[in-house]
Design a protein around this ligand. Structure first.
Ligand SMILES: [Zn+2]
Length: 144
C-alpha cells in the first residue's frame, strides 16, 4: 500500500495529554482509514481510558486546520507578517498561499507549507487551538 503523507504530522498535539498526535491508519473492507491518535492513547489500554481526545479522523481535522489557515491568510496583518517571515512581497504571499495553490498541490507540499506557517495545532475536547509561526497573533480557535 502506498504511503500517504500526513499533512499534520509534527503539528497536531493532544491538549489533554500534551503529547504529539501521530498519523495512523486502519484497513477495513479493503478501505484505508487515516486518523491521528494521541501518543498516550495509543500506548496502552489503561492510558487510553484517561485520554478523552483519543483519535480523530484525519480528513476532518486536516480540513479544519486548512480552513482556518486559509481564512487567516486572507487577513492583511497575517499576510504582512508572513511576508516579513518569508521575504516575499505581500502580493506574492497572497498569490503563493491563495486557494488555487492549496487546491492544486499534493499532501507533501501541503505539509511543507503548513509546517512553515503553523507552529502547532492543539486539540481540546471542544476546540482546536491553532498557533501560527507569526509573532503577536492570538491563536485561532476552532470549535469542534
Ligand atoms: Zn491524549
Amino acid at each position: 500500500m502506498r504511503f500517504q503523507t500526513a499533512p499534520l504530522k509534527g503539528i497536531l498535539r493532544c491538549g489533554h495529554c500534551g503529547t504529539a498526535m501521530m498519523p495512523m491508519y486502519t484497513v477495513r473492507n479493503k478501505k484505508k482509514y487515516l486518523y491521528y491518535t494521541c501518543h498516550r492513547h495509543a500506548r496502552s489500554q489503561a492510558e487510553r481510558s484517561e485520554c478523552p481526545i483519543g483519535h480523530l479522523a484525519a480528513g476532518m481535522v486536516e480540513e479544519m486546520v486548512f480552513r482556518n489557515v486559509r481564512a487567516a491568510l486572507a487577513l492583511p496583518e497575517i499576510v504582512a507578517s508572513v511576508s516579513r517571515l518569508t521575504g516575499l512581497t505581500p502580493t506574492d504571499v497572497a498569490q503563493e498561499l491563495g486557494d488555487r495553490v492549496w487546491d492544486g498541490i499534493g499532501n507533501g507540499e501541503r505539509q511543507r507549507l503548513l509546517a512553515s506557517i503553523v507552529k502547532e495545532a492543539v486539540v481540546h475536547e471542544d476546540k482546536i487551538e491553532i498557533t501560527l509561526n507569526t509573532a503577536g497573533f492570538a491563536p485561532l480557535i476552532q470549535e469542534v
